[in-house]
Design a protein around this ligand. Structure first.
Ligand code: UDP
Length: 244
């Protein structure tokens, strides 16, 4: 535990004025890019992310194609200018790890078997990073997949819970993440009640873990509502196909 850095005010509030169970301001928009099949933009406080989807399309190189399902290609990438210390242009170990966990999470939701020999590409571009990029990234990716019309069991949304000087906080800020004792990013597909991503950096007791999970669930419910609204905003006015 880091006692030297002050992370709460004298009267026990978070430095940015939020309550312990409050997320930063969230903005989501769907269909923000023209040149891909599906796209989304998300802002979580100062974190800004675009997600873009291509496909389903023919898999390249062809030897990677699977006879009974589509392959999912995914890339989580931070722009060089997204962090204060210029990030090297290539993929860092952290980006490779986040690409892997996000891809594995999304794979559990997409009906890949509907598109044999095909590929679906998902790009997550972090334009500005200020904590919470993996969870906001997977939230935007699931929206972009829906925007591309890719059939999925459910959308998923993610948020982190941090443990900061002994207290659990929803959606830790960069400072809280950096100096806190634990950080648990989690993404859930709420309708099917499935956890699609769960990581834990640091230690929590079993009771803390349970409390963190319920804190995250509440945050995810509101993110899910915002996702549905963002999709409705784009597709409102498009008439439902008539059922014979
Ligand atoms: N960060 C940074 N440089 C890096 C990686 C991370 O400044 O190379 C910052 C960035 O704001 C990021 C935060 O540290 O959002 C927390 O990173 P973490 O690995 O916990 O992932 P995240 O919370 O973004 O999912």
């Amino acid at each position: 535990m880091n006692e030297t850095v002050r992370l709460f005010t004298e009267d026990g509030k978070r430095l940015d004025g939020r309550s312990f169970d409050q997320m930063r301001k969230v903005r989501m928009e769907v269909g923000v890019l023209d040149k891909c099949d599906g796209s989304a933009y998300i802002e979580l406080g100062k974190t800004k992310i675009f997600a873009a989807v291509y496909g389903p399309k023919e898999a390249h190189p062809r030897h990677l194609a699977q006879p009974h399902r589509a392959i999912l290609n995914c890339r989580y990438h931070m722009a060089t200018f997204s962090v204060s210390d210029r990030k090297p242009a290539g993929m860092t170990r952290r980006e490779i790890e986040l690409t892997k966990v996000i891809k594995e999470g999304l794979e559990t939701l997409i009906f890949l078997e509907e598109f044999p020999r095909s590929a679906i590409d998902v790009f997550i571009e972090i334009i500005q990073a200020d904590a919470g990029t993996r969870t906001a990234g997977i939230t935007a990716a699931s929206l972009a997949l829906a925007d591309a019309g890719i059939p999925m069991m459910d959308l998923c949304a993610g948020i982190a819970v941090g443990k900061v000087q002994g207290k659990l906080v929803l959606d830790p800020s960069e400072e809280e993440d950096k100096y806190g004792e634990a950080d648990m990013p989690i993404a859930i597909a709420p309708r099917i009640n499935s956890i699609v991503l769960l990581q834990l950096n640091g230690r929590l007791t079993i009771d803390e873990f349970k409390e963190a999970l319920s804190l995250a669930r509440r945050g995810i419910e509101s993110l899910y509502e915002l996702q549905r609204k963002a999709l409705k905003n784009k597709f409102a006015g498009i008439e439902e196909p008539e059922v014979e």
